[in-house]
Design a protein around this ligand. Sequence first.
Ligand SMILES: C[S@@+](CC[C@H](N)C(=O)[O-])C[C@H]1O[C@@H](n2cnc3c(N)ncnc32)[C@H](O)[C@@H]1O
Length: 352
Amino acid sequence: MDRKWITPDPHRAIDISERYDLLDYPTYLEDWWMGRVQTWLSQQPKGADLSALNAQIQALSDQFIEDDARPLGDYGRDLRMLLAYGLFYFPRTFVATQWPLCELLGFRAWKPAPDRAMKILDLGAGLGAASLAAAQVFAPLVPAIEICAVDHSPHSLEWYGDITRDLSAAHWPNVSWHTQRGNLRKWRPATNLLAHRPEPVADHCAELRWDLIISSFALTEAFVGEDVGVLWQWLVDWSGRLTDNGLLLLIEPASRVACTRLMHIRDQIATQCQALGGKALFIWGPCLHHLACPLLAAGQHWCHEVRSWQIPDSLALANRRLFHDLSALKFGFLAIGNQPPPALTPAMHSFA
Ligand SMILES: C[S@@+](CC[C@H](N)C(=O)[O-])C[C@H]1O[C@@H](n2cnc3c(N)ncnc32)[C@H](O)[C@@H]1O
């Protein structure tokens, strides 16, 4: 479904129902990826079809689903891996990312500042599925957006640049894009990162604040085998780079290990929040309270989303001999901020 363009109006309340309309995968993204795949197929021996990418799709799938999968390294170096990701995973991440963003806007009443450019940082951006989804959700709501995408794979970032160059003017005209190569565990923004920055100050990093920091399906790779404490410290550091009203959104595969790690972090925030009388980080989602997580305490299941969606034709075609169950989008997420979310209405309490 193609999006409707809504003129940004700072005084207009955000109606979440119109955002949920956008949750399908847009045909212009599907066409862009199919164009890349067809160009590649035209250079292959006669008769090659999408099944030529089956091995790469399977390797990526093992990486995201199996908790003990060996890291694939910089798979952006392999053209077939990039195509497999674009065809098989990009649509799912794109649509999955929009769910928590829409929940934050609608259900948790989060409002990015309506009168200035919104700044979004995508850590481990890869081919850009998460930040493009953010552009899709927010472009109609704010006057402008500046997105910075960080990844250690130059090849992925090159393609990120291609997608945004080809599609941005038509679909996200008020978004500007910047890609930056770096290790998300150590990365610090340069002073001149986004064009209009003021000149250097003593701590040139301290001036940069983000309205939204996303890391989507990247922490599992970046912190593979690490203790939850290491991820916690990283997250506390980045929360200091949020604007007052800013949010940090972590999206991870729905696997037990990845989601349990998010749940431990969530519990740590809950404990601190209670101990410090509310002067700490705050949980904005997925749950609505700051108490210990009952699922984590029981230790049997792990918290994750299972959302139905419209499977794009190209994805169904790529899957025809692979038989993956694509009927639902599955992922775990955690959204946190430095400010508490607005109080719940009595009706919402029944979900808490
Ligand atoms: C599974 S992909 C996810 C890409 C994108 N965020 C998405 O949701 O589609 C993981 C990405 O994280 C990047 N990555 C992994 N470890 C990283 C690190 N330490 N620093 C920067 N990027 C990293 C990889 O290069 C890859 O592009």
